[in-house]
Design a protein around this ligand. Sequence first.
Ligand code: ADP
Ligand code: MG
Length: 230
Amino acid sequence: MQSPVIDARALYKCYTLGNAQIPILRGIDLTVQKGEIVALMGPSGSGKSTLLGILGGLDLPTSGKILIDGIDITRLPESKLAEIRGRKIGFVFQAYNLVSTLTAIENVMLPSYFVKGKKKDPEELLEIVGLSHRRNNKPTEMSGGEQQRVAIARALINNPKILFGDEPTGNLDSKTELKILNLFQRLREDFDSTIFLVTHSDEVAKIADRIIYIRDGRLEREKNVGKLKN
Ligand code: ADP
Ligand code: MG
């Protein structure tokens, strides 16, 4: 069997508040296989964004370890971690976070300047997200859904192993949300992308192979929807 793309063991995260240690993640074990679409759901404040940030190497756990594509990212110097993150991980957030002075194509290309290694063709990515005709437009000239599609293309430019989304359709109307979800499904089909999405939306959960529920920093239960092809 292939080794998992994400292998997280015994993750704990505490925040210090004055003299108190506030536990946020309380013993999370999780594996994700290549090509899986996983949805992480749970109440507000349950630790979803904290977990996503830690799995994606944006933040460190208080204890525990995370193997991304076989590399323990909890034991790396910051420069090495930044390199691994840039090469192996793409992020999409609820806010699109595009650079307002750059065009669509320039936004897509931006992360490629900071990272060595194999790149995807930015024109092809814009075509995949259906925005070739917008290549020279700036974010203010695009709708929310279009901006999020640019952000997804940008997240893919460095050919990442995993695409993380933190409520990526949270700002979009339901019709636009479906378009973005179709896009995630296509990415999995075309590139065998591994996609990990934090969501409140039942629509998002519908495209997932597996839904993981978190409550008070612990994984509660899991629903295997079983759509994953082998
Ligand atoms: P979710 O994404 O599920 O809504 P979060 O992971 O953002 O939840 O937050 C989980 C808990 O951790 C919340 O109670 C939040 O207030 C707390 N928290 C998040 N980030 C910090 C931080 N940097 N310092 C202290 N507490 C934090
Ligand atoms: Mg959150």
